[in-house]
Design a protein around this ligand. Structure first.
Ligand code: C2E
Ligand code: CA
Ligand code: CA
Ligand code: CA
Length: 278
């Protein structure tokens, strides 16, 4: 038994150390990546469920890591939040998305709005509102054309404070979206107390329609609730035609997902958009 325990320890130790080392490597590599301009922004269309026509785009960060390839944000946003790099990285994404949206609008693309994800770490930064204002001014983007996506994570420590920060941002004229709705705990309190324009229904709901009556009932009730609150809705993760038709049957709104388009690099996004408008 002693021998087996020992062997277990011997195997466990290096694995743990490897994990720590990998995280330190990632920390260093992310810092270098920002300086070396290895980040990109992909744009995923947001479409009207009924017409299928695009109405906006969500900006999603990508890391082109040399020798590795495209790294998913799921693998580095958490580390960037822990080491604070999310502040400069998030500001870079914000400015890049505003720059691109400004170019598209000026070229007559008809892009109604661009959505940018905002980490709770960024929202807690007193300089964030100023950075948003500067990005809008610098790229001549009308505030209405920018939507900031936050999750209910922003409200875990202090719902009131989060409400005040979001109200200040909304005072600039930008819109606020509540992302991943339905995945957390306190969703209804958050809905009542945060100044929100749009609710993004998490893909975990969408995945099970049609077919699962409970999922349909939840979505249907949420659509009634959001209509009552005067909120817009975007369904996430609409992957198939069946998802799309089921959502349309439940009341519609806007949607995002592979049924319309995956996130695309800017040039491909522009080609896709123009093809839809033909
Ligand atoms: P999110 O904000 O919920 O973004 C939607 C995610 O769903 C994206 O993953 C998108 O590629 C993916 N997706 C789109 N359509 C479909 C579909 O039909 N089916 C499925 N299964 N997935 C779909 P992505 O780009 O890997 O981003 C993952 C998460 O990373 C985002 O989730 C967001 O929370 C975070 N993220 C991405 N960019 C940024 C950023 O610039 N700042 C911050 N703070 N977070 C970001
Ligand atoms: Ca989002
Ligand atoms: Ca989401
Ligand atoms: Ca998410």
């Amino acid at each position: 038994v002693a021998k087996r325990t020992q062997r277990h320890l011997v195997r466990y130790q290096p694995a743990f150390e490897r994990e720590v080392t990998e995280r330190l490597d990632l920390d260093q590599a992310l810092r270098r990546a920002l300086a070396r301009q290895e980040f990109r922004v992909a744009y995923q269309p947001v479409c009207d469920l009924k017409t299928g026509l695009p109405v906006g785009a969500e900006a999603l960060v990508r890391w082109e890591r040399p020798g590795v390839g495209l790294v998913s944000p799921a693998q580095f946003i958490g580390v960037a939040e822990d080491n604070g790099l999310i502040r400069p990285l998030g500001e870079w994404v914000l400015r890049e998305a505003c720059r691109q949206a400004g170019l598209w609008r000026a070229s007559g693309l008809g892009l109604l709005s661009v959505a940018v994800n905002v980490s709770p770490v960024q929202l807690a930064d007193p300089g964030f509102t100023g950075a948003v204002e500067a990005a809008l001014t610098d790229f001549a983007l009308p505030p209405r054309a920018l939507s900031l996506e936050v999750t209910e994570q922003v409200a875990v420590t202090d719902l009131r404070e989060a409400g005040q920060r979001l109200s200040a941002l909304r005072g600039l004229g930008v819109r606020i979206s509540l992302d991943d709705f339905g995945t957390g705990q306190s969703s209804l309190a958050v809905l009542r107390h945060l100044p929100i324009d749009t609710l993004k229904l998490d893909q975990s709901f969408v995945r099970d329609v049609p077919g699962e009556p409970a999922a349909q009932a939840v979505i249907s009730a949420l659509l009634t609730l959001t209509a009552g609150l005067g909120l817009h809705v975007v369904a996430e993760g609409v992957e198939t035609q069946a998802h799309r038709e089921a959502l349309l049957g439940l009341g519609g709104g806007a949607a995002q997902g592979y049924a319309f388009s995956p996130p695309l690099p800017p040039d491909a996004f522009q080609r896709w958009w123009l093809a839809q408008m033909d």
